[in-house]
Ligand binder design. Structure first.
Ligand code: SF4
Length: 90
């Protein structure tokens, strides 16, 4: 990803700075490996992923995750919260 124009402070340490942003917007998840390789060595990976989840970024690879993978993370967290609420109520 290319850090957003109103760049958050954490983006200053991004491993993708200066790289061709096109690799972070692959046509398919299978083509996301080059971007994921960069994210894999990025010092702000977790922050980037949380930023994308919180801001509902719908396109591109953020924090090493494609949109589909971020959706899975969101669904898993919802299930975990739901289970935790159920456990607390019983
Ligand atoms: S995790 Fe990936 S997309 Fe996010 S800042 Fe780092 S290199 Fe860029």
């Amino acid at each position: 990803m290319t850090p957003p124009t109103s760049e958050p402070a954490w983006a200053a340490g991004a491993a993708c700075r200066g790289l061709d942003s096109a690799i972070f917007y692959p046509a398919t998840d299978e083509e996301a490996e080059p971007a994921k390789a960069v994210c894999g060595v990025c010092p702000v990976q977790e922050t980037c992923l949380e930023h994308a989840i919180e801001n509902r970024e719908h396109n591109g690879v953020w924090g090493g995750a494609t949109e589909r993978e971020r959706q899975r993370i969101i669904r898993r967290r919802r299930r975990q919260r739901s289970l935790a609420r159920s456990a607390a109520a019983s």
